[in-house]
Design a protein around this ligand. Sequence first.
Ligand code: SF4
Length: 406
Amino acid sequence: MVLYSHSRLSAFENCPLKYKFRYIDKLRTDVSQSIEAFMGDMVHQTLEKVYTDAKFQKFMTAKEAKEYLKQLWKKNWNDSIVIVRKEYGPSNYLKMALKFIEDYFKKYDVANDGITIGLEERVVINLDKQGRFKLQGYIDRLACHNDTEYHIIDYKTNSHLKIQDQLDNDRQLALYQLAVQHNYRDAKKILLKWRFLAFNKELTSIRTREELKALKKDTIQLIKQIEKTKEFKPKVSRLCDWCEYRQICPEWAHMYELETKSANEYLKDDGVTLVNKYIELSEQKRKLVSEIDEKLDKLKEALVKFAKKRGVNVVFGSNNKIRVSITDHYKFPGKGTKEREKLIEVLKKLRKWEEIADIDTYGLNRIMKEKLWSPQELRLIRRFATKEETHRLYPSRINKEEDTQK
Ligand code: SF4
């Protein structure tokens, strides 16, 4: 039986192929950790130490905690850590991490921050009675306040502050709540708390019994979907920038292959040649089509002029003929214009708005042409319309016998 986790489920949702690489093929890559993940890890470890010490009645100062983080950073740093945002260096990230700790101490009083029940606490969540669908997770900090109020706390070091709706729909901590309420039967209230360190904010969400029930159902559904998936397709997104499988992913592999080639080899690469040729021809086609369209428009104009001047409906060529259709139509002000707003006002006054609100100006045009409203109403609407001619050409082959008999 597979023991799932929130990150495993998210991996599938974010990119099924990445899920396959990581969890099914269990591929290990030599691509290193991103600086964001490294920084997050250092901050988490520092706060774990702060609260572990507090359990032993040893309370670190902000200065000591920052010094601890600095040492941890130095000990664990290696030059293969990837920095995607090239405009920032490792020192920027270290400064950020130190600022997070400094602000944390200003905002939270570690000595009076509830009783720590667990740090990096492993929980197992049973989604069904039979134990067929199970997940595991790690709570950054589980704390108890006023004896029966449990706080599930998650530290966030990324630079994205979630909005309340996102938190109220967040799956991870709500799943942990299922485990906490099962493990701690005295819990009268469970609060889900995110400490967004980059913003020095704590946001909270509370789940109802019904929401947790729906969460279990949805999560089981997702697991079933994962288990029946046969084709794990790549899903390109900005997360690809941080994906350790880019070099073997069919979406990016060719690009990486090209990076290893010399300038000469690069230009001789079949893929490069094919793409360049294809784009060149597509561009030529686009230009030709637009040139031809322009010529056709001019010919159309000339044919309409000719038909009008000669008073004919059909113009004959050597083997083809073209029927020239000229009809009038009303043109109304376009969406977003002031005139359009005035027109809507008039329609509302005439109590006609309801009638045409769900139809476009084509419908209004029909009302005008077929005189479907009273003359007075039509006069009012007419003020907004300009009359235009529609020209349509209908080319066809000339049937010599038929055409000469007529
Ligand atoms: S690079 Fe992007 S598309 Fe490819 S596996 Fe990774 S996340 Fe998926």
